[in-house]
Design a protein around this ligand. Structure first.
Ligand code: FO1
Length: 316
């Protein structure tokens, strides 16, 4: 059994690649929910939806979020009457938020709702929130603290990033399926997808109990670098690293994850950094990591799994 930790577009892509090479019983995809928020009275879970839409084959590849061939009648009408229009909710996407909000208000947990929505979309693989508790990532910047979507969408990530903290995290517990996966006797590998380390992966690692479980696990933890040749494929990861004073390269990623990870998959363009990363105590595997097509996603999934398997043999 393989556990993948994911958030954002890069996370959804590798999760999709893993789902193409592993059966539903072999894979659990645990997703960041620190980006979630209540908006226009709907409960929005952007990262869960990005993974769900990707696995369902209905994601918009251009925007990286939401559903393809979307229409925007709701937003246009809302704008005309002076409603809040800074966060775009497409007509098709809205169905997910309405149905999720209805189920949550009936008392279902986010895990149950996510299972139901996955089933409705014919997705057989297990997508689980990191926690069923409501937590929020707060982005600390030189201009003050902002709720994640305020920083990300409304402020376009412009304020200089200094860190994150979380609202509601102290009471959170891992979702039941994530907790089970972490202690499963058949757990072979944990893959950290090429998601933003600060705002997509760290929230998962900060759910009480997860950090300890990962520190104790005997299986290899393999991260895939979201930085290729000094740039993030999408999103603010490179800008954040720069603002934190970290090298904007897989070296910065290795430094950030530190002892947590056993190995790091880096892109061919960063091959010459391999030795430096190895010197930090992290094993390195070089592979094409840019995922432009579903075939790239599958190949990166296979490369990451093979690397992890080799690390597991070295461990044993
Ligand atoms: N990102 C934007 O940049 N602008 C938006 O208006 C926006 C709306 C939106 C609606 C639903 C959804 O699931 C995601 C949406 N996103 C939007 C993406 C989202 O803010 C980010 O991708 C994640 O939170 C970061 O992983």
């Amino acid at each position: 059994m393989i556990l993948a930790l994911a958030g954002g577009v890069g996370g959804a892509k590798l999760a999709h690649g893993l789902a193409r090479v592993l059966s539903p019983s072999e894979l659990v995809i645990a997703v960041n929910t620190g980006d979630d928020f209540q908006h226009l009275d709907y409960f929005i879970c952007p990262d869960l939806d990005s993974v769900l839409y990707k696995l369902a084959g209905i994601n918009d590849t251009e925007r990286g979020w939401g559903i393809r061939d979307e229409t925007w009648n709701f937003m246009e009408s809302l704008k005309q009457i002076g409603g809040e229009d800074w966060f775009l909710l497409g007509d098709k996407d809205l169905e997910t938020h309405i149905e999720r909000t209805r189920r949550l208000s009936e008392g279902q947990t986010l895990s149950e709702v996510t299972r139901a929505l996955s089933g409705n979309h014919g997705v057989m693989h297990t997508i689980v929130p990191m926690t069923d508790h409501r937590v929020g990532t707060i982005v600390d910047t030189k201009e003050g603290d902002f709720f994640f979507q305020d920083y990300f969408v409304r402020l376009r990530c412009e304020p200089a990033f200094t860190g994150v903290h979380y609202k509601g995290m102290e009471k959170a517990t891992p979702s039941p399926a994530l907790k089970e996966a972490l202690t499963h006797s058949d757990l072979k590998v944990i893959i950290i997808c090429p998601s933003n380390p600060f705002v997509s992966i760290d929230p998962i690692l900060n759910v009480p109990g997860i950090g300890d479980a990962l520190a104790k696990t005997r299986v290899p933890i393999v991260a895939v670098s979201p930085i290729i040749d000094g740039q993030a494929v999408k999103g603010p990861a490179a800008k954040m690293m720069r603002e934190l004073g970290l090298p904007v390269s897989p070296i910065g990623i290795a430094q950030h994850y530190g002892d947590l990870i056993t190995g790091l998959v880096i892109d061919e363009q960063d091959r010459d950094l391999s030795n430096k990363i190895t010197q930090l105590g992290t094993k390195v595997h070089v592979a094409p990591t840019l995922m432009k097509t579903p075939e790239d996603e599958k190949q990166l999934a296979l490369e990451s799994l093979r690397f992890a398997e080799a690390l597991a043999k070295q461990h044993a």
